[in-house]
Design a protein around this ligand. Structure first.
Ligand SMILES: NC(=O)c1ccc[n+]([C@@H]2O[C@H](COP(=O)([O-])OP(=O)(O)OC[C@H]3O[C@@H](n4cnc5c(N)ncnc54)[C@H](O)[C@@H]3O)[C@@H](O)[C@H]2O)c1
Length: 253
């Protein structure tokens, strides 16, 4: 098992899906884990479940699109669990807008969640990481960063940006021994994916047909890679983007 003892890991969007699994895996690896979400009831229920099992877990309400909200959440988790030593930028939403119809407001809202929040959480967590000369940041991107689907505008742009930000942070913060990496999941069975399949039922069959391993990922399979990258076992992994897609991105057609 990977060792995160003594670490405080903060996960955005931790009440559901991949984030929920990342929270659990980090706890099982010995970390104290705080997580934020806009789904307050789910977040509080998850915190209750985890603390009842004896884990050091804390939920805090925050909208990652809003810096003030994130900043308040950051203050609360640091007050209870100490400085964040592992940051996981997981919160994200899908977007299938029409490039002509999409408004500036819709664009800004989407980009604030899927891209700008990665900078904002780093802005909050980096000062203490720099001072400690230690830290790990994991950004959940997507295989859409490198190839995408029709009718998914502008999700690929946001996720490509996440990988670009990962490189920027890896180079600038590496000198402080802070490692920044991206994880790019393929199809992972979560409410977000279910929501897309419900909108476009034909995609469920099409998507399954191209899976090299003839299945989609379980959320725990993404979480294991995140825990590894957070841990000292990954001490020289910096600026990387790890595909966790069952081989899908190796496929030409
Ligand atoms: N599921 C997939 O197949 C897949 C594939 C590639 C990448 N991803 C990425 O993985 C990440 C997690 O996706 P998921 O499938 O678990 O989604 P999900 O919808 O199941 O969970 C996302 C969580 O983020 C929270 N969230 C959304 N907007 C938020 C905001 N503004 N502030 C705070 N929390 C917010 C949601 O409430 C939810 O709990 C996303 O960044 C997504 O783009 C998912």
């Amino acid at each position: 098992m990977m060792n995160l003892k003594g670490e405080h890991v903060f996960v955005t969007g931790g009440a559901n899906g991949i984030g929920e699994a990342i929270v659990l895996d980090a706890l099982e690896s010995g970390a104290s884990v705080s997580f934020c979400d806009i789904q307050v009831d789910k977040g509080l229920a998850y915190e209750k479940l985890l603390t009842a099992k004896g884990y050091s877990a804390m939920f805090v309400q925050a909208d990652v699109a809003d810096f003030a909200s994130l900043s308040t959440a950051h203050q609360k988790v640091v007050a209870k669990m100490g400085n964040v030593t592992g940051l996981v930028n997981n919160a994200g939403v899908n977007c299938n807008a029409d490039p002509v119809e999409m408004t500036d407001e819709e664009w800004n809202r989407f980009m604030n969640v899927d891209l700008k929040s990665v900078w904002h959480t780093a802005k909050l967590c980096l000062p203490a990481m720099r001072a400690a000369r230690k830290g790990a940041i994991i950004n959940i991107a997507s295989i859409h960063a490198r190839m995408t689907y029709p009718k998914y505008f502008p999700y690929a742009a946001a996720k490509s940006g996440v990988i670009g930000l990962t490189r920027n942070l890896a180079l600038d913060e590496g000198v402080f021994q802070i490692r920044t990496n991206a994880v790019s999941p393929g199809y992972t069975l979560t409410p977000l994916l279910e929501q897309w399949f419900e909108q476009l039922p034909e995609k469920r069959i099409e998507s399954m047909a191209v899976q090299p391993m003839q299945r989609m990922a379980k959320t725990s399979e993404i979480a294991k890679v995140v825990t590894f990258l957070l841990s000292d076992d990954a001490s020289f992994v910096n600026g990387a983007d790890w595909n966790v897609d069952g081989g899908l991105s190796a496929r030409f057609a």
